[in-house]
Write a protein that binds this ligand. Structure first.
Ligand SMILES: Cc1cc2nc3c(=O)[nH]c(=O)nc-3n(C[C@H](O)[C@H](O)[C@H](O)COP(=O)(O)OP(=O)(O)OC[C@H]3O[C@@H](n4cnc5c(N)ncnc54)[C@H](O)[C@@H]3O)c2cc1C
Length: 403
């Protein structure tokens, strides 16, 4: 019988185990990790550099103190993103695993939890291979459904449901978007743009940054951030729901519409330009061709012959290019899960379930998802540390009562 059992050996689980073992010496803590080592996903975060938090997070100081206590120092870039100084995600994993060993936390890797039950002593977990684990307190830190190649295939939600919890609608977040328009010839092109996500006639969210075109749609950090807001209603079919969304791109965000028209008129005077050459050095050539064909204008005609209406249409599409969504890239490509264990059923001070005493949740399994920039790992550290400290405190007070 363990004092604390933890399902998952990722970011939030390791933070929780370190926090619990540091707060109360002598606790027996066991981490069950499905993969053959701890922190596999963590090693891949931030393109291998691990963007571990962001200066804009309210509790960033506590996170930095936590890492400093592990011997991990950080650096902050001009956008507030915080990385280990070495920019090596593997250093974060190494630092955490070293501390877990030093604190006597047991990790059983290659051991996937398959079933979780509440019993008179606490919790009984049945693992792959038939092994059973009993624990007085149980933390579900099994992550979400995003990037299942790192072990996260949504098991945490099944355990939460089995123990009576509501899980809100799950969808891939921080991922590329597919559009109905044919983008095969734009694959690989990048432009700086402002992008707005619209649902019907409502602007849902806006971002500015580099947009990358893929064969099926658009990608890049600003698109990832918009993908968080593509949410289907409970009653809607996928096609119905997705059809209500569009991305509106502004590929000349530093000019307004009249300025863009003036700019095009001015360029129209340059001798012997073709229509598509009005966009020469403004956007990549393949994109210029696509924009010309979208406004049904022959890019090879003389720029000087363009009509008022054609110039107005070109300015219009540069400022407001509507791309109609046909899909959201799936779980394998997503960095995060939108939806999860309903936060109203969890005490956000301790991360303990309000329905099942002794049961805790941390990390992405919860109904929280943040934008790119370190916010999701911050959530993992923050909820993990809270749960670890709360589990240790409740065990301490139980022992004091017994004495
Ligand atoms: C490619 C990529 C890059 C990312 N980069 C960043 C970034 O730079 N900054 C940022 O803030 N966020 C980033 N994220 C998101 C961030 O990694 C996650 O939000 C965060 O790791 C979630 O922490 P967690 O502890 O909840 O789950 P995870 O870290 O996903 O860990 C969950 C663990 O549980 C294990 N598990 C699952 N089911 C079971 C089971 N049944 N039994 C035992 N073990 C189980 C899994 O194998 C996994 O190891 C990135 C995500 C991806 C995919």
């Amino acid at each position: 019988m363990w004092d604390i059992g933890i399902i998952g050996g990722g970011a939030s689980a390791m933070a929780a185990a370190i926090a619990a073992a540091s707060q109360c010496e002598g606790l027996s803590i066991c981490i069950l990790e499905k993969k053959d080592s701890l922190g596999k996903k963590l090693t891949a975060t931030g393109n291998g550099k691990c963007n571990l938090t962001n200066a804009a997070c309210p509790n960033v100081r506590e996170t930095l103190e936590f890492f400093s206590s592990l011997g991990i120092i950080t650096r902050t870039d001009e956008q507030g993103r915080i990385y280990p100084y070495s920019q090596q995600a593997a250093d974060v994993v190494y630092g955490m695993v070293r501390q877990l060993k030093a604190l006597g936390v047991q990790a059983k890797c290659g051991c996937g939890a398959q079933q979780v039950d509440k019993d008179a002593n606490g919790f009984a977990v049945t693992c792959s291979g038939g092994e059973k684990l009993s624990a007085g307190r149980l933390l579900i830190a099994a992550g979400g459904k995003a990037a299942p190649q790192f072990g996260t295939s949504g098991d945490g939600y099944s355990f939460a449901r089995r123990l009576g919890h509501k899980v809100t609608r799950l969808s891939p977040s921080l991922t590329a978007l597919d559009v109905q328009e044919d983008f095969r010839r734009l694959k690989g092109i990048r432009v700086r743009a402002a992008a707005g996500l619209w649902k019907d006639d409502q602007l849902v969210s806006q971002e500015e940054g580099e947009v990358q075109f893929t064969a099926d749609g658009v990608s890049g950090i600003c698109i990832f951030n918009l993908s968080r807001f593509v949410k289907l209603e409970e009653h809607e079919s996928f096609l119905e729901g997705i059809g209500r969304y569009r991305i509106c791109l502004d590929v000349l965000p530093h000019m307004n519409l009249p300025q863009t028209e003036d700019f095009l008129w001015e360029r129209r005077r340059i001798s012997r330009l073709k229509a598509k050459d009005l966009l020469l050095s403004v956007v990549p050539a393949a994109l210029a061709e696509k924009l010309m064909s979208t406004i049904q204008t022959d890019g090879d005609m003389k720029a000087a012959d363009l009509s008022h209406e054609q110039i107005a249409s070109l300015a219009g599409i540069l400022k407001q290019w509507n791309l109609h969504l046909s899909g959201v890239k799936g779980w394998k490509q997503a960095q995060c899960t939108s939806g999860g264990v309903d936060l109203s059923q969890v005490n956000e001070m301790t991360m303990e379930s309000r329905l099942v005493s002794g049961l805790y949740f941390a990390g992405e399994v919860l109904d929280y998802d943040g934008p790119c920039g370190g916010f999701n790992l911050q959530n993992a550290w923050e909820t993990g540390i809270k749960a670890g400290k709360a589990m240790a405190a409740s065990l301490q007070s139980e022992k004091t009562k017994e004495e």
